[in-house]
Design a protein around this ligand. Structure first.
Ligand code: SAH
Length: 229
């Protein structure tokens, strides 16, 4: 089954971008997922193909028009399309690995990339857009955020990750940050690999990794422990 992603943007040339390479790129070639990129500007009707206008009530910047974005959405995701529709927005609910898992279980996704000061509130309400943030900072546009959301989803799609087990022990999957990693050479600039990791005692290794993960989480992200995942 192919996971169907549709992205609405004023900068279609930004896609697939990073998603055309490595794991996501190979998955795209294999049809684990498909990508439709819609140019919002194609749905403007005036001769200058205007997509934005000044904010009602005054203030700085411009706002993406509801009528133009509404038409683009109706084209990309007509009535009856069951895919979730997300608007990239710093006002949205912050993305979590749990939400990514839920999204990866759907048939696909529709991602709207904002620009300027944002989009007209009426299209958010009228087209059931769920606002999603990738963190508490402001980007210049939603394109990078949409790539982040899709990247996180794609690696969870069936058949995408070679080593299926590797998805289960990563940061956040068990409510903890991941333990540190080491590989050859055994010694580098006077630093050696923790002895336990080369002992061959799998139970001890697992215990050490768990302890490291817990300590790291306590130090760096106590909020994850309080939240209980
Ligand atoms: N004036 C807005 C910021 C607009 S930034 C405010 O203060 O809330 C322009 C666009 O970039 C947004 O419409 C959104 O699509 C995208 N964007 C910016 N920061 C983002 C973030 N942290 N997460 C997701 N999308 C973001």
């Amino acid at each position: 089954m192919t996971y169907k992603a549709s992205i609405l943007t004023l900068y279609p040339q930004m896609f697939p971008g990073s998603l055309g390479h490595s794991l996501a790129g190979r998955a795209l070639q294999r049809d684990n997922w498909s990508l439709e990129v819609v140019q919002i500007r194609d749905f403007a009707t005036d001769k200058h193909r205007t997509v934005d206008d000044t904010p009602a009530g005054g203030g700085a910047g411009m706002v993406l028009r509801a009528d133009v974005l509404g038409r683009a959405l109706d084209h990309a995701s007509p009535k009856g399309d069951k895919r979730p529709r997300l608007l990239m927005s710093p006002r949205g609910k912050p993305l979590t690995q749990k939400r990514v898992r839920d999204l990866a279980a759907a048939d696909g996704i529709v991602l709207v990339c904002g620009r300027f000061e944002g989009v007209d509130q009426r299209v958010i309400e009228g087209r059931d857009l769920e606002e999603v943030s990738i963190g508490d900072y402001i980007l210049s546009g939603g394109e990078v955020a949409a790539s982040v959301v899709l990247d996180a989803i794609i690696r969870l799609l069936p058949g995408v990750m070679g080593n299926v087990a590797s998805g289960d022990f990563e940061s956040f999957e068990n409510g903890l940050l991941e333990h540190p990693h080491y590989t050859r050479p055994a010694e580098w600039e006077g630093r050696s690999i923790p002895e336990i990791l080369t002992s061959g005692d799998h139970a001890k290794v697992a215990k050490w990794q768990r302890e490291q993960a817990e300590e790291l989480t306590r130090k760096r992200r106590p909020d994850l422990i309080e939240d209980d995942g």
